[in-house]
Each structure stands twice: as C-alpha cells, then as structure tokens.
Design a protein around this ligand. Structure first.
Ligand code: UDP
Length: 326
C-alpha cells in the first residue's frame, strides 16, 4: 500500500489517480487546508488529518500495511513563504513527524517532493543536481533542510528515498478530471487563464531581470509528467534498484513570463492584457532544469510538457470547471 500525503492537493491528487489506475492500493492523508476532497480518487482510502498530529500519523501506519510514502503535503507558495516564513518552516515539523512514524513502523521508502527553489539564483543553466544550494526564499530553504535530514536518516536509519526537485508544475489531467485550484491563486499559468476567461489584466512581476525580455524565465513541466516520474521513482525504490537519489524534474526549456502569455493567447485565441509590475520578492530570475539524470537512470520521458500542451490542458480544465471543484 502507498501512503500519499497531500493527496487532495494539485500534484498529489494527480499522483493518487495514477497510482490507483496502475493497480496500487492508496491511503491519502490530507488536512484539506489547500486541497479538495473532490479531487481524491474514490478508490483511495481518505484519512482527513494533519501531519502536526503525531498520534494520527502513528495510527495510520498501525492500521495500514504501508510499503512506501509519497510526501507531497507542504506549504509551497513562495510569496506566502516570504511574508510568513514560519509557514514554510512548519514543513519541517510535519516531515519530521512523518519520518518518525515511518521509522517506528519500519517503513523505509520515501518519494519526496522537493523543488527547484533549493538552488536559488543559478550559477549555470540548465541546472544540474550537483549545483550548490542557496535558496532565495524560506520555502526553498525548508526543502533544502529536509533533504539534508533525509540524507542523514539514510545513513543512520536505512531510509531509502528519492527526492524530486520540481521546476514549475503546470497543466491539468489530460482526461479532464483534475486540475489546479489554489486560493488565493499565485501561479502564473492559472492566473493567465483566469485573466483570459474573465477579461482581467495579468501583472508581470519584474521586467528588469537579466533574461531575454527582462521577465523571469521558468521551466514548465506538465503535472502528468511529474507523476510518471514519481511512479518510476517508486518502482526503483520498491525493487531496490535505488537507495538514495536526487533528480530534477523539468523540461529543460525556459520560457519568460511574456512568452507564456503569448502562448496562452495562441491557445485560447483571446487577447490577454498585461501590465508590468514590480519584482516579486524571493523570485530568482531564471530556473531551467537539466533532467538528463532521471532520463538516463530511470528512463523518464516527458510526454505532455511542451508549453502548448501544458496550457491547452490547463485551459480545458478552467473552461470546464470555472468554479474549480465546487
Ligand atoms: N508571475 C507573474 N505574475 C503573476 C504570477 C507569477 O509575473 O501573476 C511570475 C513570477 O514572478 C515567476 C513566474 O511568473 O517569475 C512563475 O511564478 P509561479 O508563482 O507560477 O511559480 P514559481 O516560479 O514562483 O514557483
């Protein structure tokens, strides 16, 4: 059985769907602070509760024969983390509770959701996994510290883990059942699509970065491709082929904010107005992944991560679900 923390969230819910589809029994732990009950696949066992509650987590491991954990649950919004750093640092408390319960129950396999934000401002692009870690925001710092903890537990307690450093997850389930819904929404692609739908203006945060057009450059990866990497990582751990690895997950192509707006105009056929605004604190100028390592070692191949497909699937979700999961 696989335990998925944060399985009602944007990325976690896509993982649960794929796990169920591939025949796994899945337990979902989520406090629904940002997730949606309706996003959880009906074939999964849903345990509403909080990772701050150590007894609750121990009880889950006592009740279900968990073999491996996928740990998505986290406070992951960069602007929030700049305003309220302790929100991000609570990711540490929650993860430590989870790890404590795992080790006590003898569960020693983990797929961990990390982030490109661990790198900070890159010294080279595309960024390889051995690039120094110098996060520019508390969110990235919290994930970098957790990665350090995982490494120590690997050595001291035999915890096997794969840490996946996501670049910019975007897009929606190609079957149209799941999508991205955050309150408030801070991510670029859903903001652009909402603006397209409602005739609003997009604020472009920063036009004086050292990039091709002055706006920040990101590497957008389709959520379904992220999830296929999780399944490969899971198999590698369960079969004992891997004990400890860190992989970037990106598409190795960078798009500026203006290029994303342009692509969204093409996909939607709508004029999407924008205005230049100040930089958003904590944002690096460019984050583009080298994904060579996971391709070579786990045979991962992104299928949906060209920008048009990412935006088209997200657009389909927004149009079909203008009120989200409500
Ligand atoms: N961004 C923007 N306007 C918005 C939201 C985001 O210009 O309304 C920019 C943001 O500054 C960043 C990029 O879009 O450079 C991607 O932001 P997002 O929040 O989607 O992901 P992040 O890279 O922060 O994880």
């Amino acid at each position: 059985m696989i335990l998925v923390t944060g399985g009602a969230g944007y990325i976690g819910s896509h993982a649960v769907k794929e796990l169920v589809k591939s025949g796994h029994r899945v337990v979902v732990l989520d406090n629904l602070s940002t997730g949606h009950r309706a996003a959880v696949d009906k074939k999964a066992i849903f345990c509403p509760g909080d990772l701050h509650d150590l007894k609750f987590i121990h009880d889950i491991f006592g009740e279900y024969p968990i073999e491996l954990v996928m740990h998505f649950a986290a406070h992951s919004i960069v602007p929030q983390s700049m305003q309220e750093p302790l929100l991000s640092y609570r990711n540490l408390n929650c993860t430590i509770n989870l790890l404590e319960a795992m080790l006590k129950a003898g569960v020693r396999k983990l797929v961990f959701s990390s982030t490109a934000a661990v790198y900070g401002e890159p010294l080279e692009t595309p960024i390889p996994e051995n690039h120094p870690l110098k996060p520019t925001n508390p969110y990235g710092q919290s994930k970098a510290w957790i990665e350090a903890i995982l490494e120590q537990l690997h050595r001291a307690n035999g915890l096997d883990y794969i840490s996946l450093r996501y670049f910019n997850a975007a897009g929606a389930d190609p079957e149209g059942e799941l999508g991205e819904e955050h309150h408030p929404e801070t991510h670029l692609i859903p903001i652009i699509l909402k603006a397209a739908l409602q005739g609003e203006e997009v604020s472009v945060f920063g036009s004086d970065y050292p990039t091709k057009d002055g706006t920040p450059v990101r590497d957008y990866i389709h959520v379904s491709d992220l999830i296929s990497a999780h399944l490969l990582a899971m198999e590698a751990l369960l079969q004992g082929r891997k004990q400890r690895e860190i992989y970037n997950l990106g598409h190795q192509r960078g798009y500026s904010v203006l290029e994303v707006i342009d692509a969204a105009r093409q996909v939607t056929g709508l004029d999407i107005p924008y205005r230049m605004a100040d930089r958003r604190p904590g944002d690096p100028s460019t984050l583009v992944a080298s994904s060579a390592k996971i391709k070579a070692e786990l045979g991962w191949e992104p299928r949906y991560s060209d920008l048009q497909t990412i935006i088209a699937t997200a657009w389909e979700w927004v149009r079909q679900h203008p009120r989200g999961y409500a």
